[in-house]
Design a protein around this ligand. Structure first.
Ligand code: ZN
Ligand code: ZN
Length: 385
């Protein structure tokens, strides 16, 4: 009655534990909740279609043929930035492998010693020094890793995301280290597109009203009213959002840090990532290097499936329930040592254990009410300053 194990190769994305959906064999990655994303697509494509159908023919003849051409280019750019933001890995950090988790758990227990019964164990943190300031790395009880600075666990996608900004339902994805600039370009270009359509809607109505009267114009081009309404209400939120992110970029700060007041707390600590220069901050956020995905989601891994000796192997390989999975290579490559943490990532003064930073963590501990929503990369001002 001994079971025979059948090994088959699967793509790693098929076994990733977060709440994501994948298409195109793992090339496209999104959050599972996509309803609002479809609404975004519908609003952008719908409004632009009405503009091309009702206003563009008239404006091209009576004003300039460049108007529809520029609108089309802007529309394509908006769609490209939206899809780039929505379909990419925002910077998800792989969870610890069971062996790594066990090792880190042992390390933490050794550092903390025996905690008397009834007492809370000390918080699981490690400290790193960044630009002369001590930054705490918090332990993620779900991913079993010490999060790199600026990373946070997204409760919707159930992943730790590097340089987490926020989860955006409008783009159906987290916004983080790998897609933030595309998200910003999306909001910026969408603001321009909305202003553009709104302006030429008004120009169109005015020009046509001179010829055939206001009411006749509205009857002839019923889409115009709808476009004006959609653009008017979109304008405030999208332009406001773009302005807010422009402000954040100029300070090299994330939405998450801004909400939590990470750099403006009681200690008045300075943001260690800011260059104290708006141009340098903008260059770093918008023109810095593109970071590769550390998930390797299209890589192959081996999956062992049990199969009964009596059953033919051919049929069982497809239907059997997977029991154990073994990656051919560790899911956590070494390279995701936070890039923001310059060479200065030295273990700091505190009595924290040894290095091996955010790679590995703890295993079988009970899923303590996970303080996931935190990620406050809280900072303690260096006593020397
Ligand atoms: Zn996590
Ligand atoms: Zn998310």
């Amino acid at each position: 009655m001994s079971a025979v194990m059948i090994t088959r190769k699967v793509r790693k994305w098929e076994k990733l534990p977060g709440k994501n959906t994948f298409c195109c064999d793992g090339r496209v990655m999104m959050a599972r909740q996509k309803g609002v994303f479809y609404l975004t697509l519908f609003l952008i494509i719908g409004t632009c279609s009405l503009f091309f159908a009702f206003e563009c023919p008239y404006l091209a003849v009576n004003l300039s043929p460049a108007i529809p051409v520029f609108a089309a280019l802007l529309f394509l750019f908006v769609m490209a930035m939206l899809l780039r933001t929505s379909f990419s890995d925002p910077g998800v950090l792989p969870r610890a492998l069971p062996e790594e988790a066990t090792f880190i758990e042992m390390e933490i227990e050794a550092a903390n010693g025996n905690v008397p019964a009834g007492q809370r164990p000390p918080p699981r943190i490690r400290n790193v020094q960044i630009n002369n300031q001590i930054v705490k790395l918090k332990y993620c009880y779900t991913c079993k890793i010490f999060r790199p600075p600026r990373a946070s666990h997204c409760s919707i996608c159930d992943n730790c995301v590097d340089r987490f900004d926020h989860h955006c339902p409008w783009v159906g994805n987290c916004v983080g280290k790998r897609n933030y600039r595309y998200f910003y370009l999306f909001t910026l270009s969408l603001s321009l597109l909305t202003i553009y359509i709104f302006t030429f809607d008004i120009v169109h109505v005015v020009m046509r009203s001179v010829d055939s009267g206001f009411l006749n114009t509205l009857k002839e081009t019923p889409g115009t009213v709808l476009e004006v309404l959609v653009c008017f209400f979109t304008l405030w939120s999208v332009v406001g959002l773009t302005g807010f992110h422009t402000y954040l970029i100029s300070l090299n700060q994330t939405t998450n840090e801004d909400i939590k007041g990470s750099w403006s707390g009681k200690n008045r600590v300075q943001n260690p990532y800011s260059h104290k220069n708006i141009i340098k901050n903008c260059c770093e956020v918008l023109c810095g290097p593109a970071y590769p995905s550390v998930l390797d989601r299209r890589g192959l891994m081996q999956e062992d499936s049990p199969a009964s000796e009596t059953s033919p192997p051919s049929s069982s390989s497809m239907n059997s329930v997977p029991q154990t999975t073994k990656t051919t290579a560790p899911l956590i490559p070494n390279e995701h040592t936070p890039d923001d943490v310059k060479p200065s990532i030295a273990d700091s003064a505190e009595k924290t254990p040894s290095p091996k930073e955010e790679e590995s963590p703890a295993p079988k501990l009970p899923p303590l009410a996970s303080p996931e929503t935190d990620a406050e990369t809280s900072i303690i001002k260096d006593k020397a300053h």
